[in-house]
Design a protein around this ligand. Structure first.
Ligand SMILES: Cc1cc2nc3c(=O)[nH]c(=O)nc-3n(C[C@H](O)[C@H](O)[C@H](O)COP(=O)(O)OP(=O)(O)OC[C@H]3O[C@@H](n4cnc5c(N)ncnc54)[C@H](O)[C@@H]3O)c2cc1C
Length: 380
C-alpha cells in the first residue's frame, strides 16, 4: 500500500477537477486519478462551449446553486487571470404552456431575476434569423452566456495543482473498497489509501459506483457546427437560444464564433456505453439537424456543415443530478447523473463534494439530488 491521502478523487472531468480545487484550497491532501489526459474529449466536458444560465426552467430550486456557481466562476477567473464566462444573454422560446418558456418564467419570477418576455413578433424583429411562429413566446435573460468546458476543467486542475493536489493522468482505477474508516483504491500503477473517496466518473458511474439500483442511462449526443448561408453578422449578435417545439422536442444554438454556429438537439440520442461511443458524425444525423432547423432558423438549416463532435449524457429518470454521500458507505461521496445540464454547476458541485468529504454535510441546497430517491430499499 502506497502513500495515504486525506481524499482521493476519481475522475478529473467537470466535477472532479472542481472537487480537487475545492479540497486543495481548504488545505486537504488530495490525490486525483483520471483515466485519460487533462481536459480530454472522451467524456462529457468537451466541445468548446457550454451554456450557463440563471432562470432555470428545469426547477427554480437550482437558482441558489447557480448564483453560487456564477460567483465561483468569477473567482476562478480571478485566480487564473483568464476569462471563462462570455456573457451574451439567452432566449428561451416555446409554446407558453411548455417547460422551456413557462419554467424559465417561473424561475425568474420566483427568484426576482432580471428578464424580459417577448412575443414572437418582437423576437423576429430583434433576431431576424430566428423564425418563431405566432403561437410562441420568449423569455430573454441577460446574465446567461457561454463557458468553455476544456478551459474550465483545465483552470480547476491548474488551481488545484498549484494548491498542492497530486493529480495523475492515464491512471484508471480498477476498483475501490472501504477499508476500516477509510478507503482503498486499486489502479494498474498501484494501490492508494485515503480517509475519504469522491467518485465523479461521469458516464462510467454505473461501472464504478457499486450502486446497481441507481437507474443511470448513458446516451450519445451530438454537437454540430454549421456556417449560415447568409446573415453572418446577425448570427454573431444572437444570444444563446433554446427552442421547444409544440411536440416538446428541445433544440438550441449558440452565436456564430470563428465562422460557425453550434447547434444541438437536447433530447434525442441513442443509448451507448462510454467505452464504445460512435465518434463518427453520419450524414443522416446532419440531415436530421437541418430538418429540425428548417422552419426555425432557415439560414442555418441551409448553411454548410462544418464539423461535429459526439458527447455523452448520463441521464437519471427525473433528469435531476445525483449528488450526496454514498448510501452504503459514509466515507464515499458521489456526483453523477448530470443529465446533460451539469457543467455550469461544476464549481459549486466541487464545493459540495469538499463539504461532504471533509465534514459529512453541506449547507448548499442539494435535497433534489439525493441518491436515495431512486433506491427504494434505502428510503426511510
Ligand atoms: C453535447 C453536450 C452538450 C452539453 N451542454 C451543456 C450546457 O450547455 N451546459 C451545461 O451546463 N452542461 C451541458 N452539458 C452537460 C455537461 O457537460 C456535463 O453534465 C458535465 O460535463 C459532466 O461532468 P462530469 O464530471 O460528470 O463528467 P466528465 O467530465 O465526463 O468527467 C468524468 C471523468 O471521470 C473519468 N473516469 C471515469 N471512470 C474512471 C476510472 N475508472 N478511473 C479514472 N477516471 C475515470 C473520465 O475519464 C472523465 O474524465 C452538455 C453535455 C453534452 C454531452
Amino acid at each position: 500500500m502506497r502513500t495515504s491521502h486525506d481524499v482521493i478523487v476519481v475522475g478529473l472531468g467537470g466535477m472532479g477537477s472542481a472537487a480537487a480545487r475545492s479540497l486543495a484550497a481548504r488545505g486537504a491532501g488530495v490525490l486525483g486519478l483520471e483515466r485519460f489526459g487533462p481536459a480530454h474529449a472522451l467524456g462529457a466536458s468537451h466541445g468548446g462551449s457550454r451554456i450557463i444560465r440563471l432562470a432555470y426552467y428545469e426547477d427554480p430550486s437550482y437558482v441558489p446553486l447557480l448564483r453560487t456557481a456564477y460567483d465561483l466562476w468569477a473567482r476562478l477567473e480571478q485566480d487564473t487571470g483568464q476569462g471563462l464566462v462570455s456573457r451574451c444573454g439567452a432566449l428561451f422560446l416555446g409554446p407558453p404552456d411548455h417547460g422551456v418558456f413557462a419554467g424559465t418564467l417561473r424561475a425568474a419570477r420566483e427568484h426576482g431575476l432580471d428578464h424580459e418576455v417577448l412575443d414572437a413578433g418582437e423576437v423576429r424583429r430583434r433576431y431576424e434569423v430566428l423564425h418563431p411562429d405566432d403561437s410562441m413566446l420568449g423569455v430573454h435573460e441577460d446574465i446567461a452566456g457561454i463557458l468553455s468546458p476544456e478551459a474550465g476543467v483545465q483552470a480547476h486542475l491548474d488551481v488545484a495543482g498549484r494548491a498542492g493536489a497530486d493529480l495523475r493522468f492515464g491512471a484508471p482505477i480498477i476498483s475501490w473498497t472501504v477499508d476500516g474508516s477509510g478507503v482503498a483504491v486499486e489502479t494498474a500503477g498501484g494501490a492508494f489509501r485515503a480517509q475519504r473517496l469522491i467518485l465523479t466518473p461521469g458516464a462510467w458511474a454505473s461501472d464504478l459506483l457499486s450502486l446497481p439500483g441507481l437507474p443511470l442511462h448513458v446516451e450519445r449526443r451530438l454537437q454540430l457546427w454549421f456556417e449560415p448561408r447568409a446573415q453572418h453578422a446577425a448570427f454573431e449578435a444572437l444570444p444563446v437560444w433554446m427552442w421547444e417545439r409544440a411536440d416538446s422536442l428541445i433544440f438550441y444554438g449558440l452565436p456564430l464564433r470563428d465562422g460557425a454556429a453550434k447547434v444541438a438537439i437536447h433530447d434525442r440520442g441513442e443509448p451507448c456505453h462510454p467505452d464504445s461511443v460512435d465518434r463518427v458524425i453520419h450524414p443522416a444525423e446532419v440531415a436530421e439537424m437541418r430538418d429540425v432547423l428548417h422552419d426555425a432558423v432557415p439560414d442555418l438549416a441551409a448553411g454548410s456543415f462544418v464539423r461535429g463532435s459526439a458527447c455523452t449524457y448520463t441521464l437519471t429518470p427525473d433528469h435531476h443530478f445525483v449528488v450526496g454521500t454514498h448510501p452504503a458507505h459514509p466515507q464515499v461521496s458521489i456526483a453523477c447523473g448530470f443529465s446533460g445540464h451539469g457543467f455550469k454547476f461544476s464549481p459549486v458541485i466541487g464545493e459540495v463534494l469538499a463539504d461532504l468529504a471533509l465534514g459529512g454535510q453541506t449547507d448548499h441546497p442539494i435535497a433534489l439530488f439525493d441518491p436515495a430517491r431512486f433506491l427504494s430499499s434505502l428510503r426511510a
